[in-house]
Design a protein around this ligand. Structure first.
Ligand code: P6P
Length: 337
């Protein structure tokens, strides 16, 4: 009987990032250490999400107190604190922007580093009670030459990011990340506490068969958006309609789109003129990953990564996914101009 081959040469995220660091002779290793802090945050959040229902952490509003009388916090607040502490203590971060904090966090000088991290610590957290996959989304800028780390270092187009990624918390924790040289996926091995390379060099199919959008907003869509989705649902004779898949958790919907192809969208509409999703820590990282995987991401009229945010919580419309599917939308919007 053939012996099962035991893998003794596992590629962890840390090793993969170190390999990438060696490709850049001038690299200081700071980004590697920063990504270790991001990994710590994701591992910590993963274990809390997994225990959430057992520890009754889900859905708690302020005011609830635990057995020791401490005010219990909702999971997304706890996740936010986990990331802020992990990033600050790395000593590699100058500016942080979190979905959970109204203002940007400027790290004190003695702990300040060369990078800015924008993140949604627990995107889709309202779905946790239903057991739906949720996730952390993050993007990293290097501070501008001569800057000491101010808000202007994050009010920049998404194309200037050096790292983008998400960690999806479900049956396992899946980290999908790009340092600007393609996209790789890792799965957390809880036994050794390491993210193991399981999806090397993710490439999105050039065209898919799935569309993912909240059709509950259809009455508010503009004409081009309506025309586009109708073209998928009622195609010409001889062509099959696309399938509809919408989870309502961006990390889960984008993860499926990257692996299976098709389109994910949160369009602008009459109710939300810039859509719902936040530019800095939802649209930019997901657009960066999609482009690095061979896909595209547009607002309908322009490349998402070319937009410059005016404020840290600005929103923007987004259609992201397979190259050919995004081109179809772009052509419909061009007719509108
Ligand atoms: P809607 C979750 O609240 C979120 O921010 C994203 O994860 C998700 O894509 C979107 O909102 C869902 O919004 O309006 O369809 O429920």
């Amino acid at each position: 009987m053939s012996e099962e081959k035991v893998t003794t040469d596992i590629i962890t995220l840390t090793r993969h990032v170190l390999d990438e660091q060696r490709r850049h002779k001038e690299a200081s290793g700071d980004l590697t250490l920063l990504l270790n802090a991001v990994q710590l945050g994701c591992k910590f959040v993963a274990t809390n999400v997994r225990k959430a229902r057992l520890l009754n952490l889900v859905g708690l509003a302020g005011g609830a107190v635990n057995i020791s009388g401490d005010e219990q916090k909702k999971l997304d607040v706890i996740s936010n604190e986990i990331f802020i502490n992990a990033l600050r203590s790395s000593g590699k971060v100058a500016v942080m922007v979190s979905e959970e904090d109204d203002e940007a966090i400027i790290v004190e000088d003695e702990m300040k580093g060369k990078y800015c991290v924008v993140f949604d610590p627990l995107d889709g957290s309202s779905n946790i009670d239903a057991g739906v996959n949720v996730g952390t989304i993050f993007g990293i800028y290097k501070i501008k030459d001569g800057s000491n780390g101010t808000i202007s270092d994050v009010l920049r187009p998404g194309r200037e990011m050096v790292v983008a990624g998400y960690c999806m918390y479900g049956s396992s924790a899946n980290m999908v990340i790009s340092v600007g040289n393609g996209v790789d996926g890792y799965t957390l091995d809880n036994a050794i506490g390491e993210f193991i390379l399981t999806h090397p060099n993710i490439k999105i199919p050039t065209r898919g068969k799935i569309y993912s959008v909240n059709e509950g907003n259809a009455k508010y869509w503009d004409e081009s958006c309506t025309e586009y989705f109708n073209s998928l649902k009622f195609p010409p004779e001889g062509k099959n309609p696309y399938s509809a898949r919408y989870i309502g958790s961006m990390v889960a919907d984008v993860h499926r789109t990257l692996l299976y192809g098709g389109i994910f969208a949160y369009p602008a509409d009459k109710k939300s003129k810039n859509g719902k999703l936040r530019m800095l820590y939802e649209c930019f990282p997901m657009a960066f990953l999609t482009e690095q995987a061979g896909g595209r991401a547009i607002t309908g009229k322009e490349r998402v990564l070319d937009i410059t945010p005016q404020k840290i919580h600005d929103r923007c419309p987004i259609f992201l996914g397979s190259k050919d599917d995004v081109e179809d939308i772009e052509n419909i919007y061009k007719k509108q101009c």
